[in-house]
Every structure is written in structure tokens, then in C-alpha cells.
Design a protein around this ligand. Structure first.
Ligand SMILES: Nc1ncnc2c1ncn2[C@@H]1O[C@H](COP(=O)(O)OP(=O)(O)OP(=O)(O)O)[C@@H](O)[C@H]1O
Ligand SMILES: [Mg+2]
Length: 376
């Protein structure tokens, strides 16, 4: 059998990179090709972490080589997942965050629907997939991530980076964390006004030593008021995830949440909707599902407003307990809940990749007048 590396590259040129309209070779997905005897090893990098996407590219590569070069070649494909960096989505108005590739806000309209739970578990799932992840708890009313990550007693250290003092995020479960909770006394109600909140958050993003991050997840406070606009204004968000329960009142608020991001002046793409507390399953009757807040509400809403449905999480006592003791369920290996969060996380990343491929970088929002709140 005789063939060259060039023959292999030619065969790979026939495969189109997902969402790019270019070939895998042209799009620089192919990192290396080794050919010896009747064996070929192809190293390929893709952006989508789902098993399906990995399998698809593997099969396409094998097929192309067998069809265009030789049926008998023994093809091995090494697939690596990396978040694409080529367009640096955070390079906005001169404010660059070179180390943070993607910022995702987790929002809801109604309070208590599970934003913080979804944020912590999704962050852990991302970390387990090998991504570098940070969480910024921006809940000005009641920060909770320091509790969920069991780092309540810790405080971010001050470190010198290139001669400047920066805050070093606290780390646990492979996730870096900064929370407004580190800076407030739990016994004192802190009234954060819009501009104050946006200033604090700005510092937590730009004056912190996050290091390299593939994802920074921002846990937003509930609601869609002034303070939210200030936060969204302060931070270059690439996409938002909206959490809702299937209950009508939560759905109405989720719709407002989506509308807030879609306002012309804000224009942050909504990556999708997560249905939390989708049904109740008692531990002793794991096959029984009780739709106590209604059925498929968030799924239907996603369809109605033409937004992706990212998946559902049931109402399970262990989710609450695990959050309360600072050891989120996504850490429980081999459980259906670990898998449920993993599936949602993969869907979120898929949607983000679509967004990064199809839309220009999100502009930092500029709103000049807002009731009771100056945002300069
Ligand atoms: N799927 C679930 N099953 C059981 N308990 C849950 C689930 N999701 C969230 N909880 C619990 O419900 C409570 C509220 O959840 P969480 O704090 O995540 O909501 P939130 O939307 O962040 O609230 P807030 O609006 O106050 O920030 C917590 O005690 C949490 O442990
Ligand atoms: Mg919360």
C-alpha cells in the first residue's frame, strides 16, 4: 500500500467543519497527521464536547480516508475538545479580558427557581469535562455560591500581577470562585444600588487574577430590574441561560428575563432555557414522577419564544441537601443527577459554540438613563 501524508490531507479536505462552511483542514481543526505502513493517526480538535460530535468527526475522517485513499488503511483518530478562541469574543470597546474566553450569565425572572444550584452544578460538570472554569456570584441580594462550594470561611487573597494588586479567586472542586458573599457580613443587609453593584462586579472581573478560563459563569440575582441592567452593562456577556420551574408564574418571569437580554440595547443572546424542579421523584419510588409545578412549562416556553431547551432537572431532596452542605450533586459519580447536569452543560456549550460562530461579539450594554440609577 503506498500513500503519502498529502493524500490523507486531500481526503480530509472533503470534510466540512461544523458550522463553518470550510473544510476541517482549512479551518485548522486537523492538528497532526502521522502515516506509516498501513496505519494513519489523525489528531483533530473540535469545539463541541458532546459524545455525538466526537463520534461524528471520527466516523467522517475514517470514511473520507477509506473512500479517497485506500479501503485498507487502519485509521486512528484522536479527538480533542477545545473552546475556539479565534475571535476573542470579549475584546470589547478596548476592554479586553484576554484570559477569559466565554462569559455566561445564569438568570431567571422569579427568585428561588434554582439559578445558583444550576450554576454550581454546571460549573462542576464543565470542570470535570476538562474546561477551566470560574464562577462569579453576582447575587447582590443574597450571594450563595460560597456556601455551595463550601468555602464560606475562606477569603480571596491579594496577589501581585505585573506590579498590580489583584484578587485571587478561591478554588474548590476544580472551580475558581469569587462571590459578593466574601465581602459582605451575612448578618447585615447590604443594599447594593445598580452602579455600586456594577462597580463591584467590574472589579471582581477585571481586577481579579482568574488566570486562563474557558468559561466564567455569572450567577445573577433574581428579577429583571435596574440592578440587572447595571450588571449586564458592566460585563461583556457572551450568552445567557434562563432558569425556570414549570409553574406559570415562574414562566411569565422567565419570559421577562429572556426579553431583558433580547432588548435592542442589551442584545445578549439567550443560549436556552433550563427547566428546574421539572417533576418530583421520591427516593423510595424512583420511577414515579409527580408534576407538582405543571408539566413541560419551560420546554413549551422555549418553543414559543424560539429559544433552545437545554434540559430538565427534577426536584430531588438530595439536590437541596448537597447544595446546603457545600458538595453539589454533580460531584456524585455515576448518578442520574450527575448525568442530568452533564447533559445540560453539553447542550449549553453546543449553543454557545453556535452563538460564537454566527454572531458578532456581544457589545457591552450602554444605557444612559434608567429610573433611579445612573450608570456612568
Ligand atoms: N432541583 C432541585 N431539587 C431540590 N431542591 C432544589 C432544586 N433546585 C434548587 N433547589 C433548592 O431550592 C432552593 C433555591 O435554589 P437556588 O438557591 O439555587 O435558587 P436561586 O434561583 O438561585 O434563588 P435566588 O433567587 O434566591 O438566588 C435551594 O435550597 C436549593 O437547594
Ligand atoms: Mg441564587
Amino acid at each position: 500500500m503506498s500513500f503519502t501524508k498529502q493524500d490523507i490531507y486531500k481526503a480530509l479536505e472533503t470534510i466540512t467543519a461544523p458550522g463553518e462552511g470550510k473544510s476541517l483542514v482549512e479551518n485548522e481543526n486537523i492538528k497532526n497527521v502521522v502515516a506509516f505502513g498501513n496505519e494513519v493517526i489523525v489528531d483533530v480538535v473540535i469545539g463541541n464536547p458532546s459524545l455525538q460530535a466526537k463520534k461524528k468527526v471520527e466516523v467522517e475522517i475514517m470514511k473520507a480516508i477509506h473512500e479517497h485513499v485506500d479501503q485498507k488503511i487502519d485509521v486512528k483518530v484522536n479527538v480533542k475538545v477545545e473552546v475556539p478562541t479565534k475571535e476573542n469574543p470579549n475584546q470589547i470597546r478596548g476592554k479586553e479580558i484576554p484570559n477569559i474566553k466565554n462569559i455566561i450569565a445564569i438568570a431567571s425572572g422569579k427568585g428561588g427557581v434554582g439559578k445558583s444550584t444550576i450554576t454550581s452544578n454546571t460549573a462542576i460538570s464543565l470542570a470535570k469535562m476538562g474546561f477551566k472554569v470560574g464562577v462569579l456570584d453576582a447575587d447582590v441580594y443574597g450571594p450563595s455560591q460560597h456556601l455551595m462550594f463550601d468555602v464560606e470561611k475562606e477569603r480571596p487573597l491579594s496577589v501581585k500581577v505585573e506590579g498590580r494588586s489583584k484578587m485571587k479567586p478561591v478554588e474548590n472542586y476544580g472551580v475558581k470562585l469569587l462571590s459578593l458573599g466574601f465581602f459582605t457580613n451575612p448578618d447585615q443587609a447590604v443594599i447594593w444600588r445598580g452602579p455600586m453593584a456594577s462597580k463591584a462586579l467590574n472589579q471582581l472581573i477585571f481586577d481579579a487574577d482568574w488566570g486562563e478560563l474557558d468559561f466564567l459563569l455569572i450567577d445573577l440575582p433574581p428579577g429583571t430590574g435596574d440592578v440587572h441592567l447595571s450588571i449586564v452593562q458592566a460585563v461583556p456577556i457572551n450568552g445567557a441561560v434562563v432558569v425556570s420551574t414549570p409553574q406559570n408564574i415562574a414562566l411569565a418571569d422567565a419570559k421577562k428575563g429572556v426579553a431583558m437580554f433580547q432588548q435592542e440595547s442589551i442584545n445578549v443572546p439567550v443560549l436556552g432555557i433550563v427547566e428546574n424542579m421539572a417533576y418530583f421523584t421520591p427516593a423510595e419510588l424512583p420511577d414515579n414522577k409527580y408534576y407538582i409545578f405543571g408539566q413541560n412549562g419551560a420546554k413549551n416556553l422555549a418553543e414559543d419564544i424560539d429559544t433552545a431547551f437545554l434540559g430538565e432537572i427534577p426536584l430531588v431532596q438530595s439536590i437541596r441537601e448537597a447544595g446546603d452542605v457545600g458538595h453539589p450533586v454533580a460531584l456524585q459519580k455515576g448518578t442520574p443527577l450527575e448525568k442530568a447536569f452533564e447533559d445540560i452543560t453539553k447542550e449549553m456549550v453546543s449553543q454557545l459554540l453556535k452563538r460564537n460562530a454566527n454572531l458578532p461579539p456581544t457589545e457591552v450594554v450602554r444605557i444612559t438613563t434608567m429610573s433611579g440609577c445612573s450608570t456612568k
